[in-house]
Design a protein around this ligand. Sequence first.
Ligand code: NDP
Ligand code: OXD
Length: 309
Amino acid sequence: MALLIKTDIDRGTAWAEALAANFPELKVYTWPYEGDPAEIDYALVWQPPEGELKHYPNLKAIFSVGAGIDHLASDPDLPQGVPVVRMVEPGLTAGMSEYVVWAAMSHHRFMLDYAAQRREKVWEELLQLPAEARQVGVLGLGVLGRDALEKLKPFGFRLAGWSRSPKTISGVTCFHGIGGFDEFLAGTDILVCLLPLTPETESILNAETFAKLPAGAAVINAGRGGHLVEEDLLEALESGQIGGATLDVFREEPLPEEHPFWEHPRVVITPHIASMTVPESAVRVVVANIQRLEAGEALQHVVDMNRGY
Ligand code: NDP
Ligand code: OXD
C-alpha cells in the first residue's frame, strides 16, 4: 500500500516521519514522484498542480492536507469517482479557535484604536463595553465554526451562527439559509467567516452584507479570500460602516506589495496562518481513515463535490 504526499518540503518531511511512526506498513513517497503511478493508492495533498492527480490510475482516496478542498475542486481534471476527504483533526480545530478568540477579543477591546493612539503617543481610555453587549456571529457552523463558538462561550459574548441547514447549539442563536441571513447580520457586531469557498459562498462578504450589520461592526475573515469583495470592504471601512477587519486569507496570496490593505490602519493582516494542520495529530486521523477503508468500512469526512464542501 502506498501513499504520495504533496505539501511544502519541510512539512512533507514531518508528515512522512509521522506516517512512518504511525503506519509502518504504508509506503510513503513525497512529491514529485518518479516511480510507477499505478503503485499509488492514496494521495495526501495541498494545492497539487492542476491535472496532477489524474496520473494515478489506482487512487482509492484523495486526502486534503487542509480543511478546505477548494484547491482540489478547482482542478478540472480531478479524477472523478475518487473520494476526496477533507481534514478534520484536533490541532487544526484548536488553532482556528485560538485565532478567532484572539481576533474577536482584539476588536472587542479596541486594539486597532489603541494601536493608533500608540502611534500618536496618545494616552486615552476608551469606554469598554462588557462582552455581553456584543454579538459574535460566525458564518459556518461546521467543525471550525462550532468549536470557535464553544471557545468564545466563557467570555460572555452573545453568540450567533449561520449555516446552510438548521442547527441547534446550546448558547448560540442559530440561523440558516438565505431566509435567516439578514436577521443574523442585524444583531452581529463581530462577524467571523468560517465558510468553505463554494459557488454559493463566493463574495458573500460584500457591500450588501456589510450594510446589514450594525454600523461599526468588525469583520474577521479566516475562510477564504474569495469570500471577500475587497473593494467593498475598503469602501465600508472608509464610510465607517465597518469599524475594522482582521484578514487571514486573500484573493491573491501572498498579498501583493501594492495592496491597500497593507497600509490600512483599520485592517489587521495575517499570512494565511489562522490555523495549520498539525502533522502529528492529523496523521492519526488519516491512518485511521485508511485502515477503515481497507477494512471495508466507509471513509469519514468525505466531501460532497456537488455541494463543494
Ligand atoms: P465544514 O465543512 O465542517 O463546515 C462548513 C460550514 O459552512 C457548515 O456549517 C455549512 O453548513 C456551512 N455552509 C456551507 N455552505 C453554506 C451556504 N451556502 N450557506 C450557509 N452555510 C454554508 O468546514 P470547516 O469548519 O472544517 O472549515 C471551514 C473552512 O475554513 C474551510 O473550508 C476553509 O476554507 C477554512 N479554513 C481556513 C483556514 C485558515 O488557516 N485560514 C484553516 C482551516 C480552514 P451546514 O452545516 O448546513 O452544512
Ligand atoms: C485549510 C487551510 O483549509 O489551512 O486547512 O486553509
